[in-house]
Design a protein around this ligand. Structure first.
Ligand code: M7M
Length: 193
């Protein structure tokens, strides 16, 4: 028997090909809605084997690449109806995190989403993104309503707790509206944890 998940999820891959538009670089890899498929995917992410599958651990991706896991029907982009009034909890990791920590953090994030771990606020969650970058990798959970402070703070607390990040590693919640229009490299956070 296939145990259904509460939501259907879609895994996306972003490859940084400068010759194409941003949107053309975004590809749907697979979507799933059963526990067994989710477990297979999680094992692929944590003990990938290049020979048997095309899905590699996040830490092995080239710079400029992203993985996104979003609820079926929500595209991992600001412009999607379900994202445009939302924002993201953003974890900026130091360079040395990639080898030891990044895959664990991404796996924990995937399990938080697939496991609907945010209680009453799970329906506010749109998806999660891991981004491999020279200047430092990023991990984010996107929520659908930047002005729902109760939901966003509760989701952020659970996110930071589950990742068991060092207390001094501050995470910020940024509205996509601010990220889209940011001037310079840093977007202001609505709140931090
Ligand atoms: C529909 N559309 C065009 C569009 N829709 C989007 O939703 C969207 C973009 N464009 N993004 C573009 O990528 C650049 C790097 O962002 P980055 O998050 O990779 O961060 P880095 O600067 O590479 O660390 C962003 O500056 C933006 O140009 C990012 N993004 C989410």
């Amino acid at each position: 028997v296939k145990h259904p998940l509460q939501n259907k999820w879609a895994l996306w891959f972003f490859k940084n090909d400068k010759t194409k538009s941003w949107q053309d670089n975004l590809r749907l890899v697979t979507s799933f809605d059963t526990v067994s498929f989710a477990i297979n995917l999680l094992t692929l992410f944590c003990c990938y084997d290049r020979v048997y599958n095309h899905i590699q651990a996040a830490s092995k991706l080239q710079s400029g690449c992203d993985y996104s896991l979003f609820k079926e029907g929500i595209e991992p982009m600001w412009e999607d109806e379900r994202n445009k009034k939302g924002g993201r909890w953003l974890v900026n990791t130091q360079k040395n995190f990639r080898q030891q920590e990044l895959d664990r953090l991404w796996l924990e994030t995937l399990m938080l989403l697939i496991g609907e771990s945010f209680g009453e606020y799970s329906e506010n969650v749109c998806g999660a993104v891991v981004q491999i970058r020279q200047k430092g990798d990023k991990l984010a959970i996107w929520t659908g309503n930047a002005s729902d402070q109760d939901a966003n703070l509760s989701i952020g607390r659970k996110f930071k707790e589950r990742l068991s990040l060092p207390a001094k590693l501050v995470i910020g919640y940024q509205a996509h509206e601010d990220t889209m229009t940011k001037t310079g490299s840093v977007t202001k956070s609505m709140f931090t944890l």
